[in-house]
Design a protein around this ligand. Structure first.
Ligand SMILES: [Cu+2]
Length: 125
């Protein structure tokens, strides 16, 4: 093996390694982009649903959206769901809400397998 061949071999290996890094798909974690009601909203009447739109696709089986009153009572129906034809929208139906503060708990697994979760509130006057 001469020196020139060795140099070529090394640069070829380097090229394969670096291009290998480039072709790895760049998936993102899922974070909320917007919601209905808005984070921290003060509402005149209780909403019927809570919706959170994420910036990446989420897995239906592992994604949860639960709403609780300030006293910790669950006021949402079921664990939340992803409407048909959607992949980044998480939704839940609500029972009739009386005036007070409500906490929205969300927990999702993105298509890349990464888990994110959070909590925010809205208020019904
Ligand atoms: Cu991720």
């Amino acid at each position: 093996m001469n020196k020139k061949f060795l140099m070529r071999l090394m640069s070829a290996i380097l090229l394969i390694l670096t291009s290998g890094i480039i072709i790895v798909p760049a998936y993102a974690h899922a974070f909320p982009e917007r919601s209905s009601p808005h984070v921290g909203a003060h509402l005149k009447a209780g909403p019927n649903t809570v919706k959170i739109w994420f910036d990446a696709g989420i897995e239906p089986i592992f994604s949860k959206l639960i709403v609780r009153s300030a006293q910790g009572q669950k006021v949402s129906v079921g664990p939340g769901f992803i409407p048909k034809g959607q992949h980044a929208l998480l939704e839940t139906r609500l029972k009739t809400l009386t005036p007070g503060i409500y906490f929205v708990y969300w927990s999702v697994i993105a298509f890349d397998g990464h888990h994110t979760e959070g909590r925010w509130y809205f208020r019904v006057k």
